[in-house]
Design a protein around this ligand. Sequence first.
Ligand code: HEC
Length: 117
Amino acid sequence: MRFIALLALLISTTLFATDDDNSFITKYEYGAMLYKNPRGIGCNKCHGNGKKEIILAKYRNKKGALKYIKVPPIAKVSFEDFKAKLKSDKTESLVMPTYFLTDDELDSLYFYIQKLK
Ligand code: HEC
């Protein structure tokens, strides 16, 4: 019985504690997890390490001119702009998917992106 109580305690602290120092998973680890698997296609798939512009695709338009689909660097975006972007809906972007992340998740994700190498 005591064992089950201990197990329940362990599980609940792992699931619900992410911010304080003695939690099992740090903010950095949580952010890393979200960056690669944010309930949808991973940010890393398009943004890489977030430091430089990436060309996702090249195509020619009807007039034969070369066009690029570019992914901007995200490591230097302010937290306000970051949040605004991640909370905006599909109509604003043709390429980047819409995510439904909580403020806590965005906080950890941003924290992690600042530390990407
Ligand atoms: C399918 C590719 C793709 C994925 C996956 C993706 N993005 Fe993007 N992202 C883009 C493109 C393209 C743009 C620029 C054009 C636009 O806004 O759609 C962009 C723009 C941004 C911007 C705005 C940058 C600026 O200069 O204002 C931020 C911040 C951002 N992405 C963060 C993320 C995060 C965090 C994730 C994961 C949760 C993510 N993106 C996943 C393609 C992607």
